[in-house]
Design a protein around this ligand. Structure first.
Ligand code: PEP
Length: 250
């Protein structure tokens, strides 16, 4: 049995006060969530604040990005070791916004994946197709290519220490959710692909769905066999909606 995981991706949102209120709100209701793992990924600068507020709780935290280099002349970057210094358990890798807005390549994403796993941080590797790719029946090819780039560099064993998030780009922040069956089909495709490399790793791997998950659609999505939780953007920004999704995963 795979544990369900709900991870919030706060993106570029918040302030010290908003972070405090959001975390206090989450802590106010999370005690009822006993059967799901929960994590939040704030902007880098709020990681120390979140770490302090969450340290005695069941909620984990992570970064939204990372630099694969440990130290040196990489202005503006944050290393895996720095994230770990503040107790991060997870790091989001290859989010579609980073692929599209910051031109992150499959190669760079694979380097980050390897650096994270080697240091003991769990990467949440995001993959997903554009609307035109889905309409052209290219979804499986796109997902296969994104995963293969990581597999080729990392090897299947490193996937034992990772999480994958299937996030169709057309469903992110748009209010359009993949139907539970559309999502399940891609999740199964991903698991089958990894199954060919190592059945045990594939069976244990948590594959999250991301794309306009809300409290009212979460339960149906999470009920699907290969959907092991969610990566949540917009709905992770208020305690009520995030807790509603965590409860659906419970
Ligand atoms: C995301 O950005 O990872 C995401 C899933 O966003 P949203 O839930 O807002 O669609």
């Amino acid at each position: 049995m795979r544990q369900t995981l709900v991870a919030g991706n706060w993106k570029l949102n918040g302030s010290k006060e908003v972070t405090k209120q959001l975390i206090e709100g989450i802590l106010g209701g999370i005690g009822n969530v006993k059967n799901a793992e929960v994590a939040v990924c704030p902007p880098y600068i709020y990681v120390p604040q979140v770490a302090e507020l969450l340290q005695a709780s069941q909620v984990a935290w992570g970064g939204q990005n990372m630099c694969p280099q440990e130290s040196g002349a990489y202005t503006g970057e944050i290393s895996v070791q720095m994230l770990q210094d503040f107790g991060c358990k997870y790091v989001i890798i290859g989010h579609s916004e980073r692929r599209a807005l910051y031109a992150e390549s499959d190669q760079e994403i694979a380097e980050k994946f390897v650096a994270a796993v080697d240091a003991g941080l769990i990467p949440i590797l995001c993959v997903g197709e554009l609307l035109e790719q889905r309409e052209a029946d290219e979804t499986e090819n796109v997902i296969a290519q994104q995963i293969k780039a990581v597999l080729d560099m990392a090897g299947i064993e490193k996937f034992a220490h990772s999480v994958i998030a299937y996030e169709p780009v057309w469903a992110i922040g748009t209010g359009k959710t993949a139907s539970p069956q559309q999502a399940q089909d891609v999740h199964k495709f991903i698991r089958d692909m990894l199954q060919k490399e190592n059945a045990e790793v594939a069976q244990k791997l948590q594959i999250l769905y991301g794309g306009s998950v809300k409290p009212d659609n979460a339960k149906e999505l999470f009920a699907k066999e290969d959907i092991d939780g969610g990566l949540i953007g917009g709905a992770s920004l208020t305690a009520d909606s995030f807790l509603g999704i965590c409860t659906a995963a419970n």
